[in-house]
Design a protein around this ligand. Structure first.
Ligand code: PLP
Length: 444
């Protein structure tokens, strides 16, 4: 595959270059130039196939020439020692659980693929790379776990001191090895500013080969298309009605990956873009005006985004045609009260504990069924796969307040809680970051 920038169509880069640079030099986002036709791959995939088999085939079809000499099967197995799980919720709704990886959230899929592919791209060169990333909680732990122990790669994660949950802090600061956690005396915005300024500093970027692991990076975004294809293949089984995905969205990387799978031939009828009260995209779909604004805090805080960074990619898919985008994407905004009510309803009905992010997408799916399909029985008219993005154990307080129970916490999170926190406290200036880089990192 080759990629151009949303800002200038004449930029052409390889997958490798897009992965190393993250953002295009003109400030735009890299988008695929070709639309590979994978329809035969999707239609020919067995309903008993595994996720790793789907990943292997899509890696071969999409990146075959970029990974010359490497086996797609080996890459898929290295990147994905964990897999999605499908779980029925109602007669019409199935959950696609993506939280069985190391950090218990869907970001493990993209981060792990990016880590695997970067290690391969660096192998045989005399380069090292430094992954520099700011986190308000979840991205950092997925990235830290994904890159742990990767050859020729150092990881530096910045997080705002006292502003991530105790569990998130433990997840970030107990990985060790090649992962350095910097506890910044400031806000998340300070962390982001410091990272941005470091990327604009030629001396730092050249010296440390700084590479970004945020959701703008195609190495994280494209592999997320694999689980949409997998979910369709294992659950459509001769189903003749409408097949939809409902996606809890913040920066819209996850939804964009699903839309790419559709663009490449996956027979999906529609996507539901579920947001919390940060409803910039649903509002755009309603009014045609895209108006970013400051985010407001909600119970589904990983979706508290006021200026969704992947929206430009979605726009590019539909060539900025509002009518076109509306036929494929249905926006639904969900309040905190509705989120809590949804968690309660399903806990009462089937003892299934939903995390607040997944609950927004379940609520959005139920609203859509009510408004467009009427019946809530399995009458063959619609099937909705809800993308379940986090383990409820990561959001114990929200779950407790909603349901009055403490959710199970997976073993791997409990282990992190028992370990000793290791972080370096730094001020909120780029100079503070530069000092730590020079003091602790090997130059590339
Ligand atoms: C990051 C995140 C989201 C939002 O994903 P985007 O790709 O930014 O839209 C949803 N749920 C959880 C649990 C997350 O961590």
């Amino acid at each position: 595959m080759t990629f151009s920038s949303t800002e200038s169509p004449d930029i052409h880069v390889s997958f490798r270059d897009a992965v190393f640079s993250g953002l295009a030099p003109d400030g735009g986002l890299y988008v695929p130039i070709e639309e590979p036709d994978l329809k035969r791959l999707f239609l020919g995939f067995s309903a008993d196939g595994s996720f790793v088999e789907m990943a292997e085939r899509m890696i071969g079809a999409l990146f075959g020439s970029d990974i010359a000499g490497r086996s797609p099967a080996a890459i898929a197995r290295t990147a994905f020692p964990f897999a999605p799980v499908m779980r029925p919720l109602t007669p019409q709704i199935e959950l696609l659980e993506l939280f069985h990886g190391p950090s218990c959230a869907f970001k493990d899929f993209g981060a792990s693929f990016l880590a695997t592919i970067l290690e391969i791209f660096l192998d045989g060169t005399d380069r090292r790379a430094t992954i520099l990333t700011a986190t308000s909680g979840d991205t950092g732990s997925a990235v830290a776990h994904a890159f742990y122990g990767k050859k020729n790669i150092d990881v530096v994660v910045l997080y705002p001191s006292g502003r991530v949950s105790p569990l998130q802090e433990k997840q970030l600061t107990t990985v060790g090895g090649n992962v350095l956690a910097l506890e910044v005396e400031g806000t998340f915005d300070d962390c982001q500013r410091m990272v941005k300024q470091a990327f604009q500093d030629r001396e730092l970027t050249d010296r440390f080969h700084l590479t970004s692991a945020n959701s703008i990076n195609l190495g994280r975004l494209l592999p997320q298309s694999f689980y949409y294809a997998f979910a369709w293949c294992v659950s459509h089984a001769e189903f003749a009605g409408d097949f939809l995905f409902s996606v809890p969205s913040g920066n819209f990387g996850n939804l964009t990956a699903g839309v790419y799978a559709w663009l490449w031939g996956l027979p999906v009828d529609r996507f539901i873009a579920a947001t919390n009260k940060n409803d910039i995209v649903p509002e755009y779909l309603r009014t045609g005006v895209f108006k970013p604004r400051a985010s407001v805090p909600t119970l589904s805080n990983a979706m508290d985004v006021g200026n969704p960074s992947n929206f430009e990619r979605l726009r590019a898919v539909f060539r900025d045609d509002l009518m076109d985008i509306r036929t494929m994407i249905h926006g639904v905004s969900v309040s905190d009260d509705e989120t809590v009510a949804t968690m309660r309803r399903h806990y009462t009905r089937s003892s299934i504990v939903l995390d607040p992010h997944t609950a927004t997408a379940v609520c959005a799916a139920e609203k859509m069924i009510e408004s467009e399909y009427g019946s809530t029985e399995d009458d063959g008219s619609v099937k909705i796969v809800v993308v379940s993005t986090a383990h409820p154990g990561k959001f114990g307080e929200v779950v407790y307040d909603a349901l009055g129970i403490k959710p199970d916490i997976p073993e791997r999170l409990l282990n992190a809680l028992e370990k000793e926190k290791q972080s370096v406290v730094i001020g909120s200036d780029k100079a503070d970051l530069a000092r730590v880089l020079f003091a602790t990192r090997r130059t590339a």
